[in-house]
Design a protein around this ligand. Structure first.
Ligand code: SAH
Length: 346
């Protein structure tokens, strides 16, 4: 498989070049590309391609399809997929149905090396990074399964997207191709635990995506205890990078803050968070997403109670920082990432 071309990682133009390199007419690339975007997982099912070319394609290329092996559907319409990659690695995607359209949450790596204390995705470490094709295939196969267009993407599944930088950037270009899925970059969010140098790289890509920062703490002591990455790039380095990113791109950043009972959810912490955001991100519109932590049994953390959340939000309101509490979609199907993959590994 390694010597063959990963055809789904090719742009439309690259696919044309590839087909021409096989001494075939360019228009064949258009036909193959269309089949791939509709979810073909083998060349055999491309019924207007001559047999000889199918043989050639099998010899020189492979399709890295995300193969559905399990699907859980929630009462609220959210559905979670367990997908298997060509080498048996398993990852998860979640489709969320909103009144304004369908948004998919995809995985960027098989497992995760970041070690956040509250997260199920990192329990068994990382197996490998996903290919651009494997990111794209999650969208294509889910779109095929629901029979509706997917309008938006969040890179908030298993893995750290900025730890798989090149493949994620390639994927963003692929998914935005006019002849392909044509999903607008403005409808794509990328979430990171804070790999600071890659935030600076991302600013230079000039992609109008939304950057989302998993903050989860207001100071280094708490953040380092929850997120090991903070020992490498601390709160100051991270928030400075955010301010610089905004200055360079003009794109608003959203901050994710998961509320853990007794760990990071009291009013003093809320005040500290508001003040630290104001200090480093002075000229930036501030938006904080509060997410009651999803209890993962290994972490022993519990979500904050309603009263605690209300007080937390009130502090932000007083400080004129927009804070929204995330709706808890799909909680009946363990929709927070990594839980299904971890269960399979047991
Ligand atoms: N590695 C990236 C993206 C994947 S995690 C990142 O860290 O941002 C997507 C979001 O879910 C992050 O904000 C992460 O902190 C959060 N998350 C992980 N486990 C969670 C849990 N058990 N409960 C609530 N949010 C969680």
């Amino acid at each position: 498989m390694e010597n063959r071309t990963d055809i789904l990682s090719l742009s439309h133009k690259e696919m044309q070049d590839f087909i021409v390199s096989l001494c075939e007419p360019r228009y064949r690339a258009d036909q193959i590309y269309t089949f791939l975007m509709r979810g073909a997982s083998s060349f055999e099912e491309m019924n207007n391609i001559p047999k000889k070319l199918i043989e050639k394609l099998n010899e020189h290329a492979f399709i890295a399809t995300a193969k559905q092996i399990e699907k859980l559907t929630s009462k609220d319409g959210t559905a979670k997929y367990l997908y298997e990659m060509y080498d048996g690695e398993k990852i998860e995607s979640v489709i969320m149905r909103y009144h304004y359209g369908n948004t998919i949450c995809i995985s960027s790596e098989a497992g995760c090396a970041m070690g956040c204390a509250f997260c199920a995705s990192t329990l068994n470490g990382i197996s490998r990074k996903l290919l651009p094709s494997e990111l794209l295939s999650q969208v294509i196969q889910t779109q095929k399964d629901i029979g509706e267009r997917i309008d938006g993407i969040v890179l908030m599944g298993i893995g750290e997207p900025l730890d798989n930088y090149d493949n994620v950037i390639k994927f963003l270009h692929l998914v935005n191709e006019e002849k392909g899925l044509n999903i607008g970059l403005r409808h794509i969010s990328l979430s990171t635990c804070g790999i600071v140098p890659r935030i600076y790289d991302l600013a230079k890509e000039e992609l109008p995506i939304t950057l989302s920062i998993s903050l989860h703490a207001a100071n280094d002591e708490t953040r380092s205890a929850l997120m090991p990455i903070n020992k490498r790039w601390n709160v100051e380095a991270l928030l400075t990078a955010c301010a610089d990113y905004f200055a360079a791109t003009g794109r608003r950043i959203s901050f994710e803050y998961t509320l853990i009972n007794g760990k990071n959810d009291n009013e003093d912490t809320a005040r500290e968070l508001a003040s630290v955001l104001r200090k480093y991100c002075k000229n930036m519109p501030l938006h904080v997403n509060l997410i009651p932590v999803n209890a993962v049994k290994e972490s022993g953390f519990a979500p904050s109670n309603k009263e605690g959340i209300k007080k937390f939000v009130a502090v932000f309101e007083k400080n004129h920082i927009v804070a929204t509490v995330r709706r808890h979609l799909g909680s009946d199907i363990n929709a927070s990432c990594g839980q299904l993959r971890a269960k399979k590994a047991e």
